[in-house]
Design a protein around this ligand. Structure first.
Ligand code: SF4
Length: 207
Protein backbone atom coordinates (compact mmCIF):
# COMPACT_ATOMS: atom_id res chain seq x y z
CA UNK A 1 0.00 0.00 0.00
CA UNK A 2 1.48 3.41 -0.95
CA UNK A 3 0.79 6.45 1.19
CA UNK A 4 0.22 8.82 -1.76
CA UNK A 5 -2.46 6.49 -3.18
CA UNK A 6 -4.35 6.57 0.11
CA UNK A 7 -3.87 10.31 0.76
CA UNK A 8 -2.62 9.59 4.28
CA UNK A 9 0.87 10.51 5.50
CA UNK A 10 2.96 7.76 7.05
CA UNK A 11 4.80 8.13 10.34
CA UNK A 12 8.56 7.46 10.37
CA UNK A 13 7.71 3.99 11.71
CA UNK A 14 5.23 3.41 8.88
CA UNK A 15 7.70 4.79 6.34
CA UNK A 16 10.15 2.09 7.34
CA UNK A 17 7.84 -0.65 6.13
CA UNK A 18 5.86 1.41 3.59
CA UNK A 19 2.72 -0.19 5.02
CA UNK A 20 -0.22 1.18 7.00
CA UNK A 21 -1.71 -1.14 9.58
CA UNK A 22 -5.45 -1.31 10.25
CA UNK A 23 -4.86 0.00 13.80
CA UNK A 24 -2.82 2.98 12.51
CA UNK A 25 -5.42 3.80 9.88
CA UNK A 26 -8.13 3.86 12.59
CA UNK A 27 -5.99 6.14 14.79
CA UNK A 28 -5.47 8.63 11.96
CA UNK A 29 -9.10 8.77 10.87
CA UNK A 30 -10.89 8.61 14.24
CA UNK A 31 -10.27 12.25 15.23
CA UNK A 32 -11.41 13.81 11.98
CA UNK A 33 -14.46 11.51 11.71
CA UNK A 34 -15.72 12.44 15.17
CA UNK A 35 -15.19 16.14 14.43
CA UNK A 36 -17.14 15.92 11.16
CA UNK A 37 -19.98 13.95 12.77
CA UNK A 38 -20.33 16.41 15.65
CA UNK A 39 -20.12 19.40 13.34
CA UNK A 40 -23.07 18.11 11.33
CA UNK A 41 -25.47 17.79 14.30
CA UNK A 42 -24.46 20.62 16.72
CA UNK A 43 -23.30 24.18 16.38
CA UNK A 44 -19.81 23.93 17.85
CA UNK A 45 -19.50 27.72 18.26
CA UNK A 46 -22.72 27.80 20.25
CA UNK A 47 -21.57 24.93 22.45
CA UNK A 48 -18.27 26.65 23.13
CA UNK A 49 -20.05 29.90 24.08
CA UNK A 50 -22.49 28.05 26.36
CA UNK A 51 -19.66 26.16 28.06
CA UNK A 52 -17.84 29.41 28.71
CA UNK A 53 -21.01 30.92 30.23
CA UNK A 54 -21.40 27.93 32.57
CA UNK A 55 -17.76 28.23 33.55
CA UNK A 56 -18.23 31.90 34.50
CA UNK A 57 -21.67 31.54 36.14
CA UNK A 58 -21.90 33.06 39.63
CA UNK A 59 -18.23 34.02 39.55
CA UNK A 60 -17.09 37.38 40.90
CA UNK A 61 -13.64 38.70 40.11
CA UNK A 62 -11.48 40.65 42.57
CA UNK A 63 -8.17 42.34 41.93
CA UNK A 64 -5.35 41.51 44.30
CA UNK A 65 -1.56 41.29 44.27
CA UNK A 66 0.91 38.46 44.52
CA UNK A 67 2.38 38.11 48.00
CA UNK A 68 5.52 36.20 47.13
CA UNK A 69 7.96 39.01 46.34
CA UNK A 70 8.24 42.75 46.23
CA UNK A 71 7.39 43.20 42.54
CA UNK A 72 3.72 43.44 43.45
CA UNK A 73 2.33 41.79 40.30
CA UNK A 74 -1.40 42.23 39.88
CA UNK A 75 -3.74 39.26 39.95
CA UNK A 76 -7.41 38.55 39.43
CA UNK A 77 -9.00 36.20 41.93
CA UNK A 78 -12.20 34.43 40.84
CA UNK A 79 -14.62 33.59 43.63
CA UNK A 80 -17.73 31.41 43.49
CA UNK A 81 -20.01 31.09 46.53
CA UNK A 82 -17.36 32.54 48.80
CA UNK A 83 -14.71 30.14 47.61
CA UNK A 84 -11.61 31.04 45.64
CA UNK A 85 -11.63 28.92 42.49
CA UNK A 86 -8.88 30.47 40.33
CA UNK A 87 -6.14 33.09 40.26
CA UNK A 88 -4.58 34.55 37.11
CA UNK A 89 -2.41 37.49 36.10
CA UNK A 90 -4.17 40.83 35.71
CA UNK A 91 -3.81 42.01 32.09
CA UNK A 92 -4.64 45.59 33.06
CA UNK A 93 -2.03 45.79 35.83
CA UNK A 94 0.75 48.27 35.20
CA UNK A 95 3.46 46.07 36.75
CA UNK A 96 3.00 42.69 35.03
CA UNK A 97 0.42 43.13 32.23
CA UNK A 98 -1.04 39.72 32.94
CA UNK A 99 2.16 37.72 33.27
CA UNK A 100 3.20 35.85 36.40
CA UNK A 101 6.43 34.09 37.28
CA UNK A 102 6.53 30.50 38.52
CA UNK A 103 6.01 31.60 42.12
CA UNK A 104 3.00 33.73 41.22
CA UNK A 105 1.54 30.89 39.17
CA UNK A 106 1.79 28.62 42.19
CA UNK A 107 -0.35 30.97 44.28
CA UNK A 108 -3.59 29.03 43.80
CA UNK A 109 -2.09 25.59 44.54
CA UNK A 110 -0.55 27.11 47.66
CA UNK A 111 -3.93 28.46 48.71
CA UNK A 112 -5.67 25.15 48.06
CA UNK A 113 -2.98 22.95 49.64
CA UNK A 114 -4.15 20.79 52.56
CA UNK A 115 -0.74 21.50 54.13
CA UNK A 116 -1.40 25.24 54.32
CA UNK A 117 -0.99 26.64 57.82
CA UNK A 118 -4.24 28.29 58.93
CA UNK A 119 -3.75 28.74 62.67
CA UNK A 120 -0.92 30.16 64.81
CA UNK A 121 1.60 27.51 65.82
CA UNK A 122 4.24 27.69 68.52
CA UNK A 123 7.38 25.71 69.14
CA UNK A 124 8.69 26.21 72.66
CA UNK A 125 12.45 26.62 73.21
CA UNK A 126 14.03 23.15 73.18
CA UNK A 127 10.85 21.47 72.00
CA UNK A 128 10.82 19.15 69.00
CA UNK A 129 7.24 19.80 67.96
CA UNK A 130 4.82 22.58 67.14
CA UNK A 131 1.62 23.15 69.05
CA UNK A 132 -1.44 25.01 67.82
CA UNK A 133 -2.54 28.21 69.57
CA UNK A 134 -5.73 30.23 69.36
CA UNK A 135 -5.38 33.69 67.87
CA UNK A 136 -5.98 35.23 71.33
CA UNK A 137 -3.24 33.09 72.86
CA UNK A 138 -0.84 34.02 70.05
CA UNK A 139 -1.53 37.75 70.35
CA UNK A 140 -1.15 37.56 74.14
CA UNK A 141 2.16 35.72 73.82
CA UNK A 142 3.53 38.19 71.26
CA UNK A 143 2.43 41.20 73.32
CA UNK A 144 4.13 39.86 76.47
CA UNK A 145 7.34 39.08 74.62
CA UNK A 146 7.34 42.50 72.96
CA UNK A 147 6.86 44.24 76.28
CA UNK A 148 9.56 42.18 78.04
CA UNK A 149 12.11 42.74 75.24
CA UNK A 150 11.36 46.45 75.09
CA UNK A 151 11.67 46.93 78.85
CA UNK A 152 14.92 44.98 79.06
CA UNK A 153 16.54 46.82 76.15
CA UNK A 154 15.17 50.32 76.67
CA UNK A 155 17.61 53.17 76.04
CA UNK A 156 16.33 56.36 77.62
CA UNK A 157 19.28 58.65 76.85
CA UNK A 158 22.69 58.78 75.20
CA UNK A 159 25.82 60.88 75.41
CA UNK A 160 26.09 62.98 72.28
CA UNK A 161 28.92 65.55 72.01
CA UNK A 162 29.40 65.66 75.76
CA UNK A 163 25.71 66.16 76.40
CA UNK A 164 23.13 63.68 77.64
CA UNK A 165 20.18 63.66 75.27
CA UNK A 166 16.92 61.70 75.51
CA UNK A 167 16.54 59.05 72.76
CA UNK A 168 13.80 56.76 74.07
CA UNK A 169 14.32 53.73 71.87
CA UNK A 170 15.05 50.01 71.79
CA UNK A 171 17.62 48.42 69.50
CA UNK A 172 16.39 44.90 70.25
CA UNK A 173 13.27 44.92 68.08
CA UNK A 174 12.90 45.35 64.34
CA UNK A 175 9.86 45.47 62.12
CA UNK A 176 9.55 44.15 58.59
CA UNK A 177 6.85 45.34 56.21
CA UNK A 178 5.95 43.83 52.85
CA UNK A 179 5.17 44.89 49.31
CA UNK A 180 1.54 43.89 49.72
CA UNK A 181 0.83 46.22 52.63
CA UNK A 182 -1.37 49.14 51.71
CA UNK A 183 -0.36 52.74 52.27
CA UNK A 184 -2.80 52.92 55.19
CA UNK A 185 -1.37 49.78 56.77
CA UNK A 186 2.16 51.13 56.39
CA UNK A 187 1.12 54.36 58.09
CA UNK A 188 -0.27 52.40 61.04
CA UNK A 189 2.81 50.16 61.20
CA UNK A 190 5.06 53.22 61.36
CA UNK A 191 2.95 54.82 64.08
CA UNK A 192 2.90 51.64 66.17
CA UNK A 193 6.63 51.02 65.84
CA UNK A 194 7.61 54.61 66.63
CA UNK A 195 5.34 54.53 69.69
CA UNK A 196 7.17 51.40 70.85
CA UNK A 197 10.55 53.09 70.29
CA UNK A 198 11.51 50.80 67.40
CA UNK A 199 13.91 52.45 64.98
CA UNK A 200 14.65 49.52 62.67
CA UNK A 201 11.66 49.59 60.36
CA UNK A 202 12.43 47.91 57.07
CA UNK A 203 10.72 46.84 53.91
CA UNK A 204 10.95 43.50 52.18
CA UNK A 205 11.69 45.13 48.81
CA UNK A 206 15.02 46.52 50.05
CA UNK A 207 16.47 43.11 50.89
S1 SF4 B 1 4.38 36.91 40.21
FE1 SF4 B 1 6.54 36.51 40.64
S2 SF4 B 1 7.57 38.47 40.17
FE2 SF4 B 1 5.37 38.89 40.42
S3 SF4 B 1 5.15 39.50 42.59
FE3 SF4 B 1 4.72 37.29 42.42
S4 SF4 B 1 6.68 36.32 42.87
FE4 SF4 B 1 7.12 38.44 42.38
Amino acid sequence: MRSDEEGIGLSPADEGTKTLSRRRWLQLTAGSSVGLALGSVVDVTEVRAATRDVKLANVTEHTTSCNFCSCGCGMIASVREGKLIAIEGDYDHVVNRGSLCAKGLSMFPTHASPLRNKVPRYRAPGSDHWEELSWDEAIDKIAKKLRKTRDESWIASEEVGGRTVPVHRTDAIAFMGGAQNTTEECYLFQKAMRLLGVVYVEHQARL
